[in-house]
Ligand binder design. Structure first.
Ligand SMILES: Cc1cc2nc3c(=O)[nH]c(=O)nc-3n(C[C@H](O)[C@H](O)[C@H](O)COP(=O)(O)OP(=O)(O)OC[C@H]3O[C@@H](n4cnc5c(N)ncnc54)[C@H](O)[C@@H]3O)c2cc1C
Length: 412
């Protein structure tokens, strides 16, 4: 029996293990696939990290390469995690899925595909983004259209000839459109209301500014709606050295833009006529972000180069009315062969039998510590702050949770 079992060998589970080792706490990490499984099996081939290399600062291993401002390809990030697990001697058991967990008689009882086990404490590091979410009104089973999502789309070459409809214009949708365009594919994009941000502003990456202006440290209580904890991330890309992406750029590069997808019915796809609103919302977000930085620089009396403007390809489209905006199309008549749903990811903790979740099913914790004895979470969005859900924020949270686990195991 272990003192503590960690479920999940993504960066959060690995960071937790390293922090527990510091206290000599006996533990193991159970992983249903391999180390970094989400990056291996839920990202497309050409995926690049959106966050620059300098944000990769796992406990005991800050980024030490010679390209701190670059962006890692997913294969390099998987290597980075695997090397970390190896170098730090992390006790991982791969290909073991935990299917049920319940606290009984001072222990957590786990069911796994390798049989039952017991542990004094349980740390869940299975991410906010677990399963691709497809809108309920999207059953295309009656058509010959290939239906993929942001987690199982791999490469443009694997798609049949014909047009590709991407549904969703948050981070993944925009990056997938970029990938398809680069391969010369004919793309239609159904847009939603997502912000965009410039990749660089006043000589710094946006993540530098997120940190400086306090966005990385935002708490869940600062959000207007608790569901914003897992809402779509602003449009940006780390591919090809990192660059700004925008609906304007896609329009100018030949992508046909539509409003928000509203459903499929008797061979017809329906869309809202809100493209202009969606473009405006993205631009407003970008402008607000830049003004906040300007104000910060001014208030702090800092020296940064002036704004030189982004590539004019992102400039507003003067006469938006030139873009026809149908409220329905027939995918067959349009020659659409493939639909890629980039409509977000969802979490599912239903395998944990405990009264430890809010009305959305999200863990109720104080910085990762649930009110149920011996139950901890790590790596989820806004567990403590906004950066809790990305690599950049994991070290502080992992240290905190490991210290709480040490105290629990001492007193239990
Ligand atoms: C498309 C996308 C792009 C992103 N880009 C970035 C980025 O550029 N930079 C950044 O910092 N963050 C990024 N993130 C956010 C964040 O880093 C990831 O969600 C990250 O994977 C969270 O780390 P984690 O270790 O908590 O979870 P994961 O890396 O998802 O690891 C969880 C692990 O748990 C395993 N697991 C799940 N359930 C079980 C079970 N029941 N039993 C056993 N094992 C289980 C999974 O196989 C997986 O390996 C991105 C997220 C997404 C979805």
């Amino acid at each position: 029996m272990n003192d503590i079992t960690i479920v999940g060998a993504g960066h959060a589970g690995l960071a937790a293990s390293v922090c527990l080792q510091k206290y000599n706490i006996e533990h193991c990490v159970l992983e249903r696939g391999q180390v970094g499984e989400s990056w291996r099996s839920q990202r497309w081939n050409n995926f690049y990290m959106n966050t620059p290399n300098w944000t990769l600062n796992l406990p005991g291993k800050p980024y030490g390469g010679n390209d701190p401002d670059g962006f890692m390809a997913k294969s390099d990030f998987v290597k980075y995690l695997s090397n970390y697990a190896h170098d730090q001697d992390i006790p991982i058991k791969e290909n073991i899925e935990v299917t049920h967990a319940k606290f009984l008689d001072k222990h957590w009882h786990l069911r796994t595909n390798d049989g039952p086990s017991r542990t004094r404490a349980l740390l869940v590091a299975t991410s906010t983004y677990q399963h691709p979410h497809i809108p309920a009104c999207s059953n295309l089973a009656s058509t010959a259209i290939l239906s993929l999502n942001a987690a199982n789309y791999r490469t443009p070459d694997a798609l049949p000839p014909g047009k590709i409809l991407v549904v969703g214009s948050a981070q993944s949708g925009m990056q997938i459109v970029d990938d398809l365009l680069y391969a010369g594919r004919d793309v239609i994009l159904s847009t939603g209301k997502t912000g965009r941000v410039p990749r660089r502003y006043r000589d710094r990456d946006l993540n530098y500014w997120y940190d400086k202006i306090g966005l990385m440290d935002r708490r869940a209580g600062d959000l207007q709606d608790p569901r914003q904890r897992w809402s779509g991330q602003p449009q940006i890309s780390g591919w090809n050295g990192g660059h700004t992406v925008s609906l304007q750029k896609f329009h100018r590069n030949g992508v046909r833009l539509l409003g928000r997808y509203a459903g499929f019915d008797e061979g017809i796809m329906h869309f809202r006529q809100d493209l202009r609103e969606n473009m405006d919302a993205a631009d407003r977000h970008s402008k607000k972000f830049c003004r906040t930085i300007d104000n910060y620089i001014k208030a702090e009396n800092l020296e940064f180069p002036p704004d030189t403007g982004d590539d004019p390809i992102h400039d507003p489209i003067k006469d938006l009315n030139v873009i026809p905006e149908p409220n329905q199309i027939s995918p067959t008549d349009e020659g659409i062969s493939t639909i890629i749903w980039a409509t977000g990811f969802r979490f599912d903790y239903s395998w944990i039998e405990a009264n430890a979740f809010d009305k959305y099913g999200y863990p109720n914790t104080i910085r990762g510590e649930a009110s149920i004895p011996g139950l901890y979470f790590l790596g989820m969005n806004y567990l403590h702050t906004r950066k809790s859900g990305i690599v950049y924020g994991i070290t502080d949270d992992a240290k905190h949770v490991a210290a709480r686990i040490r105290d629990y195991l001492k007193t239990d």
